[in-house]
Design a protein around this ligand. Structure first.
Ligand SMILES: Nc1nc2c(ncn2[C@@H]2O[C@H](COP(=O)(O)OP(=O)(O)OP(=O)(O)O)[C@@H](O)[C@H]2O)c(=O)[nH]1
Ligand SMILES: [Mg+2]
Length: 330
């Protein structure tokens, strides 16, 4: 396909997406998932429409009921008349994988609602990994007019945590009785939660787990303006899910009224830029290892024990970035 034809078809996808066409949104999400030039083109074209939604991260250990809770939250969000997009990030399994199929079935209650768009994402081809693809996917969701975007991640890997952490509001979902969870909480992931949910409230020990969480939050959070609420829910029967939605909205209000929203978005752009630059550097380096005579000579010196790895790295940095360095601001 010629560049002109390609731009024409991407332009059509972009224009239709902004007008609310769901198939174009689905196409755009696949394109940003794959990364590359087409993704960059779409992101550049739709960038003016991005940055408007309330980004909600839902994370927590496997199987605690995150998807079930998201499904129940969608009903709350829709009853407030808001348009909502959901990205269920699955770092390991492909699109047709079992877990994804499970999510599809679970969220089927909303398939007829034109104001709900649910998409499972895996790290298909984007060399920058799931996090970078997710940021761009959120932009597509925003350009399509979604006022709320929910990102469900399983809170295991570093990049999934990073995604959740850079949402505007992060909901950490746990379930009763697992002392392990409270251990995990103590060892750091606690800090990422703005709203806590103890789901499976129908199982024994839910209130005990909730009070343990509250107790440790009180210890660690003295003096902070936002007091993280802990809600006990039964996502399967919708019990207390409205309280979770209220807590999420209160947190949004808190962010708007303090300067915290800007702070969070600043962290998000910082980590996105870091990952993008690292991604480009990695690609350049791979290229240079094969083609650059400067890098070849550094490699030879290393082989001959004439140059130690640290000096070699410095020299390669100079070769990669030093000569072609552009001013950051024109
Ligand atoms: N008893 C009980 N079971 C629940 C509740 N919420 C969800 N479940 C069940 O818990 C299981 C896991 O639910 P999911 O919603 O898939 O959990 P998840 O956290 O999204 O799972 P992963 O995405 O695989 O990490 C399913 O069998 C649900 O039916 C609840 O409130 N009570
Ligand atoms: Mg799930």
């Amino acid at each position: 396909m010629s560049i002109k034809t390609l731009e024409f078809s991407l332009e059509k996808i972009a224009a239709d997406l902004v007008n609310g066409d769901r198939r174009s949104l689905a196409r755009a999400l696949s394109i940003v998932e794959d990364g590359g030039d087409e993704a960059a083109w779409l992101v550049r074209r739709l960038f003016p429409y991005a940055g408007r939604a309330h980004l909600i991260g839902i994370t927590g250990p496997p199987g605690v009921g995150k998807s079930t809770l998201v499904d129940a939250l969608i009903s709350q969000i829709r009853s407030d008349g808001l348009k909502v997009g959901v990205l269920a990030i699955d770092p390991s399994s492909p699109f047709s994988g079992g877990a994804i199929l499970g999510d599809r079935i679970r969220m089927q209650g909303h398939t007829l609602d034109k104001n709900v768009f649910i998409r499972s994402m895996a790290n298909r081809g984007h060399s920058g990994g799931t996090a970078l693809a997710t940021y761009d996917a959120v932009r597509m969701m925003e350009a399509a007019g979604n006022q709320v975007v929910i990102i469900e991640t399983v809170g295991v890997g570093q990049s999934e945590l990073a995604i959740a952490e850079t949402a505007d509001t992060t909901v950490l979902v746990l379930m009763p009785g697992s002392g392990d969870d409270v251990q995990a909480i103590k060892s750091g992931i606690m800090e990422i939660g703005d709203v806590f949910v103890v789901n499976k409230g129908d199982l024994p020990g839910a209130n005990k787990t909730a009070s343990e969480i509250l107790a440790s939050l009180e210890l660690s959070n003295r003096g902070q303006a936002w007091k993280q609420p802990v809600q006990v829910t039964n996502a399967e029967t919708n019990q207390n899910v409205n309280a979770v939605w209220l807590s999420i909205q209160e947190h949004k209000k808190y962010l708007d009224e303090s300067n915290q929203l800007t702070e969070r978005r600043k962290r998000r752009v910082e980590s996105e830029l870091t990952e993008l630059v690292a991604d480009i550097a990695r690609k350049n380096l791979k290229d240079s290892l094969e083609h650059s005579s400067g890098v070849q000579s550094v490699l030879q010196k290393m082989l001959r024990q004439e140059m130690d790895p640290h000096c070699a790295a410095e020299a390669v940095m100079e070769d990669l970035f030093g000569k072609s360095r552009q001013p950051a601001v024109e």
